[in-house]
Write a protein that binds this ligand. Structure first.
Ligand code: AMP
Ligand code: MG
Length: 340
């Protein structure tokens, strides 16, 4: 898709005057990128169809990929969702504000464009003070997918937003790097037992503690496409090809790629740096051992390697527990094969 509407994108510090200006833009149907505790979001008035349409255009996002609607307080859920089960209130009490998105049947007030034509709506209350103030000030729920171009690694700094959306949106609020670094967990409460459609900032283990049985959608399953349209496509992807390597295989894979003359970027946990990277290894990014820090660094590392012009990024696999599930989910999608 060619993008040919250029607008002047204002960049402001995410202080009070910046937030006041951003709220005006949202109220008048414009687009604002703002920090949340997960990644930067691209916000529009969730109840204004024209504004929401612009989000899809700016991101070049398929129209049937639904947006998450952000609210400032749990009580606003009643505006957006019908049949709110007691379980939803319990989860909101325990995890909001925070990186948990709940999927519930939508009310008439939520336009179909916002939900990609689905009769359910995904809602969360973010914890970032800038996001909270912006929603309060705007006086409306804010639909906000990640503020990247569709398919690219999610933005964790205002600079990443500039790279992808400068000239396409009205305003960027710069609130520094985001704390969590991967998106929210999307939990579908319209089925029994509830199902995680996308692993994220709240872990399966934490949800199980509160709710007992929780299923995890297997995204290679064709059911995935129906339940969570956003899991269908190649996503979060750098321009370079991405290969996930077992720790024991890493050196062998790098050597084989070197023999083929590929320019290589490598992401390995600290303490496991390659002994003597050959000249064709352009960059070795040491990734933190702690999963929370790894998540924070993930998307920026992919963007950095892309900027260096590598052909292939080799990433050491990590353990799939806790936040490791969300990280491995993003890495798998970044590597394809879906939609490549
Ligand atoms: P993003 O806003 O880019 O973080 O992506 C939001 C993702 O949440 C979508 O791609 C979907 O996979 C999921 N999602 C949003 N709304 C719904 C919904 N009503 N039902 C199921 N999944 C949803
Ligand atoms: Mg996204």
């Amino acid at each position: 898709m060619n993008y040919n509407h250029r607008v002047r994108t204002e960049i402001l510090r995410a202080d009070d005057p910046g937030i006041v200006r951003a709220a005006e833009v949202i109220r008048s149907g414009g687009l604002v990128a703002f920090p949340t505790e997960t990644v930067y979001g691209l916000g529009a008035d969730a109840l204004n169809e024209d504004a929401v349409r612009k989000v899809f255009i700016a991101k070049e996002r398929p129209r049937d990929d639904p947006l998450i609607v952000h609210i400032a307080r749990a009580q606003q859920l009643a505006l957006l969702a019908r049949h709110i089960p007691p379980r939803a209130w319990n989860l909101a009490e325990r995890f909001w504000p925070g990186p948990l998105t709940l999927v519930l049947p939508k009310t008439e007030r939520v336009p179909a464009v916002t939900t990609g034509g689905l009769d359910t709506v995904a809602v969360r209350a973010p914890a970032h003070p800038v996001a909270k103030k912006l929603i309060e000030r705007s006086g409306c729920p804010i639909a906000a997918p990640s503020a990247n171009r569709f398919g690219r690694p999610s933005p964790t700094t205002a600079q990443h937003v500039v790279e992808d959306l400068d000239g396409r949106i009205d305003l960027i609020l710069d609130g520094g790097p985001t704390a969590i670094g991967v998106e929210s967990t999307v939990l579908d409460l319209t089925q029994e037992p509830p199902m995680i459609l996308r692993p994220g900032g709240v872990t399966l283990e934490e949800l199980q503690e509160v709710m007992g049985e929780v299923r995890l959608l297997n995204s290679s399953d064709s059911e995935a496409a129906k339940r969570s349209p956003g899991t269908r496509w190649r996503h979060y992807a750098p321009r370079a090809k991405l290969i996930l390597a077992e720790p024991a295989e890493l050196e062998k894979i790098v050597t084989r790629l070197q023999e083929r003359g590929q320019r290589i970027g490598v992401m390995v946990r600290q303490g496991r740096l390659l002994c003597s990277p050959a000249p064709s290894v352009l960059s070795v990014i040491p990734m933190p051992s702690a999963l929370s820090e790894y998540a924070r660094r993930l998307f920026a590392a992919l963007r950095e390697l892309d900027a260096q012009g590598v052909d292939v990024i080799v990433v050491e696999k990590i353990e799939e527990r806790g936040l490791g599930r969300a990280i491995m989910d993003r890495l798998r999608r970044a590597g394809g094969p879906e939609g490549t």
